[in-house]
Design a protein around this ligand. Structure first.
Ligand code: C5P
Length: 236
């Protein structure tokens, strides 16, 4: 449940960096100010998955953002391996077979599965070109319901979708939200951004922040400023 999440675990810093050396230097710089990291394609395919057990042994949580999708057996066995690495969150695409297999693969471990409903880079025309008949919001809602009924632990969603998804899935599933920009930060290629405070108010449980922290002149100060904003939004 959302209220049980330690406030300082709500900030997930995306280690979108080219190599393990850069990532380790950033983790050292951030020190105690960050307890939760995300490792995505860029770092994972540059040897970064080796950081997962190291970070876990050091008391940090790790979100492995690999957005898996394959036949059920392959997904389940892959998820088992990631569970053994000590990761806390893993993303899969929100296809019923894939979600079912991922939930099976994480059984008995501390790993939690997050489903990506519809990629935020997709609009109605992209879905139609890919052969879908439903629009974005209908497909997001349908997949959120399927995720919940299959035992998935959370959803990745934009802060704009968070309030609507809360009405669909209640408080059982964690909502994990990228596209966060503290007031005054550059938006980069993110089109729909929200401040940390507004995202928390919209119902997000965890905020994924990359460039505004790892690209800041003082990453530690940037992370602490986000913690302060989250704590204020939570009334703590
Ligand atoms: O640097 P920035 O804060 O934009 O990084 C956001 C992180 O969240 C990136 O790692 C990106 O891949 C991820 N993400 C996203 N939008 C999604 C899903 C994941 O920005 N819909």
């Amino acid at each position: 449940m959302a209220s049980q999440i330690a406030p300082r675990d709500r900030l997930i810093v995306a280690l979108d960096l080219p190599g393990v050396g850069e990532a380790e230097a950033m983790i050292d710089r951030l020190g105690d100010s960050v307890s939760f990291y995300k490792i995505g394609y860029q770092l994972a395919f540059a040897g970064g998955l080796a950081l997962v057990p190291k970070l876990a042994a050091g008391g940090k949580k790790v979100f492995v953002d690999l957005k898996l999708h394959d036949i059920g057996n392959t997904v389940a066995r892959g998820v088992e391996s990631i569970a053994k690495s000590g990761a806390t969150f893993l993303t899969v695409h929100a296809y019923p077979q894939t979600m079912k297999a991922a939930v099976e693969g994480r059984t008995g471990s501390a790993l939690r599965i997050l489903a990506v409903t519809v990629l935020t880079s997709y609009d109605e025309a992209d879905l139609s070109a890919a052969g879908y008949r439903l629009g974005v919001s209908e497909l997001v809602e349908m997949r959120a319901r399927q995720a919940q009924s299959l035992g998935v632990d959370g959803l990745v969603c934009s802060a704009e979708e968070a309030a609507a998804l809360r009405r669909v899935v209640g408080h059982q599933l964690a909502l994990v939200t990228p596209g966060i920009r503290p007031a005054g930060a550059a938006t980069g290629d993110q089109k729909r951004v929200m401040t940390p405070a507004r995202a928390i108010a919209a119902g997000s449980d965890y905020l994924v922040v990359g460039r505004p922290v790892v690209g800041a002149p003082d990453p530690k100060a940037a992370a602490e400023a986000i913690h302060a904003e989250i704590a204020e939004a939570l009334g703590q």
